[in-house]
Design a protein around this ligand. Structure first.
Ligand code: IPE
Length: 259
């Protein structure tokens, strides 16, 4: 099985509140279907989540009554995004059902617990893909917290031991500088812990879940043993399909886990 995260930067326009990139998502779903691989798709929130989550400081947990309406709004918005993605998956003949983490699971001081995953396994046994996503989740310590799609990927990795993990974003991989601002930025084809420490960089867009550094750390944690964890550009047609089929592509591969 291959685990795929469709990042918020590719499925939405992260700078415009609730802007869904339908054509890109439809193409990515067809590429998944064409590859013939068994996959689980997780997705991020993009501008359906980060804009309001940042404005109301939702990642700090509950500290103010005003946040409650914002929690409800973000949960509504990310469920709408999820419905549109599930619709595209079903249109591509990948039978899929929405599984909102904030409606099914708890967090404990920002750590998601999925438990025995009976519902996920029951769906997969029937050939149905459960589709989880970045969400606001009830938290035993903080009241509520943001659960990123990356954290869901890590839990699914523990549960399913996938052969490969793919993160789809809007850049070719990890650069030593921001490629949107510096045309000479160099792409890292392979990343390990040492390289990551030397390129610690901040994200340029509003992102409540940590930006590029946190993403690469999460990818490294998932790259233990022989498992490759790939970051690729989903705005380029065919790249996701090629990665799923094991072809060489422009990307960054995290290897070696965290020592
Ligand atoms: C964020 O999820 C969830 C919310 C802000 C509610 P992600 O961190 O996985 O989303 P992207 O991929 O960065 O947009």
């Amino acid at each position: 099985m291959i685990l795929i995260k469709l990042g918020g930067s590719v499925i939405t326009d992260k700078k415009e509140y609730r802007k869904f990139n339908r054509d890109i998502v439809a193409r990515l779903c067809s590429e998944i279907k064409d590859s013939g691989e068994d996959v689980i798709v997780v997705h991020g929130a993009g501008s359906f989540g980060h804009v309001i989550a940042k404005k109301f400081d939702l990642n700090s947990g509950y500290h103010d009554e005003e946040q409650i309406a914002a929690v409800a709004q973000v949960c509504y918005d990310v469920r709408e995004l999820n419905s549109m993605i599930v619709a595209e998956l079903n249109d591509a003949r990948i039978p899929s059902i929405s599984l909102p983490p904030g409606s099914c699971f708890m967090m404990d001081d920002r750590t998601l617990s999925i438990g025995d995953a009976e519902v996920i396994k029951a769906m997969r046994d029937k050939g149905i893909m459960p589709v989880m996503f970045g969400d606001v989740v009830q938290d035993r310590k903080l009241g509520f917290a943001i659960c990123s799609g990356d954290q869901i990927m890590e839990r699914l990795c523990e549960l399913y031991d996938p052969e490969k993990v793919i993160f789809v974003s809007d850049i070719d991989g990890l650069y030593d500088d921001d490629p949107k601002k510096s045309p000479d930025a160099k792409l890292y084809t392979d990343v390990d812990m040492d390289i990551l420490e030397s390129v610690r960089s901040e994200s340029s867009v509003d992102d409540v879940t940590g930006g590029v550094y946190e993403k690469m750390m999460s990818m490294l944690r998932m790259s233990s043993g022989d498992r490759e964890c790939v970051l690729l550009n989903g705005t380029v047609p065919g790249r996701l399909r090629s990665a799923l089929c094991g072809e060489d592509i422009i990307c960054t591969i995290a290897r070696g886990g965290i020592q």
